[in-house]
Design a protein around this ligand. Structure first.
Ligand code: FO1
Length: 304
């Protein structure tokens, strides 16, 4: 079965990794959000692409989920000592990625081409594609004004109350090379357990139309996001955060929805929306959990 997975940062990367453990590489394409991308210290940073690649390549920091394992922080400490910006932490090995990516972009290469080259160097076999090679920037409308995503997320620690989102550049953005081909040849599209508002929605906006069956995995378990501000965002937008709210968020495109055992009470309401529900253990604490959930999702996909 050919699978195309849409993923954002840490939660999405975990399921993408699980899928890479149970599928032949030629059957898996991962399309990654680039709305979080920004320029920092003159470097082009693509946090979700890096999180997905580091996770698939076995290079990710297991504590944070983002950045590199066994990282050192010499450059960062020295930037801080010079009075440079210290709110966004870049480790030494991670810096190498941003330096080299920025150099290749300046040479005229596209983000998708560079990602392909980096995946080759890191031994990553499935296709990992940025959603687009064009600049799309997630802007967060808050009670303190509109903020660029990393300003909201890292600098302000998601504290300002959210009022809405805007994806600057999305109208003009074409899907990156390979995205349409993957979606045409795929059997199923999987929306990984990433933040619906700021990780999956930007990808859906870029690809515009999905003609294949779509399955989503809830990033909200027991009313709380496993990581990040998804639950807080639902709350601030006046929606009770729950797996059901996630299913409703995607209701017009979903054929199947995977929710955690804790949330089995919502399965009936999901099915009432003519979406097949699968209740299972969705928390991914280790690589075995990732592979097990991936296998479970594939079985579910096969049954639809
Ligand atoms: N997240 C933080 O909370 N603090 C950081 O200092 C930080 C640095 C960072 C560096 C590189 C990278 O690829 C990601 C980094 N992240 C950091 C995570 C990242 O900004 C967010 O997790 C994503 O954009 C949301 O998916």
């Amino acid at each position: 079965m050919k699978i195309t997975a849409l993923a954002g940062g840490v939660g999405g990367a975990k399921l993408a990794h699980g899928l890479s453990l149970v599928l032949p590489p030629e059957d898996l394409t991962i399309i990654v959000n680039t709305g979080d991308d920004f320029e920092h210290l003159g470097l082009f940073i693509s946090p979700d692409l890096d999180t997905v690649c580091y996770t698939l390549g076995g290079l990710a920091n297991p504590e944070t989920g983002w950045g590199r394992m066994n990282e050192s922080w010499n450059a960062f400490a020295n930037i801080e000592r010079l009075g440079g910006p210290a709110w966004f932490r870049l480790g030494d090995s991670d810096l190498a990625t941003h330096l080299e990516r920025t150099r290749r972009l300046k040479e005229g290469k596209s983000l998708s081409q560079i990602t392909r080259e980096f995946c080759g160097a890191w031994g990553i076999k499935p296709a990992v594609l940025p959603m687009t090679d064009s600049p799309v920037r997630t802007m967060v409308d808050t009670e303190q004004g509109e903020l660029a995503f990393q300003e909201y997320f890292v600098h302000r620690r998601c504290e300002p109350r959210v009022k809405g989102f805007r994806f600057d550049g999305v109208e003009a953005a074409e899907p990156a090379p390979g995205v349409k081909e993957a979606l045409d040849s795929t059997d199923v599209v999987i929306l990984c357990p990433s933040n619906p508002w700021v990780s999956i929605d930007p990808i859906l906006r870029v690809i515009k139309q999905l003609e294949k069956p779509v399955i989503a995995i809830s990033p909200i378990i027991g009313g709380e996001a496993v990581k990040g501000p998804a639950a807080k965002m639902y709350q601030e937008l006046g929606i009770e955060p729950s797996a059901l709210a996630v299913a409703k968020h995607y209701r017009t495109i979903l054929k199947g929805f995977v929710l955690d055992n804790i949330d089995k009470k919502y399965a009936e309401q999901v099915e009432a929306m003519r979406i097949k529900a699968r209740v299972t253990d969705t928390l991914m604490k280790n690589a075995e959990d990732r592979a097990r959930l991936a296998q479970d999702v594939l079985h579910f996909a096969g049954s639809l």
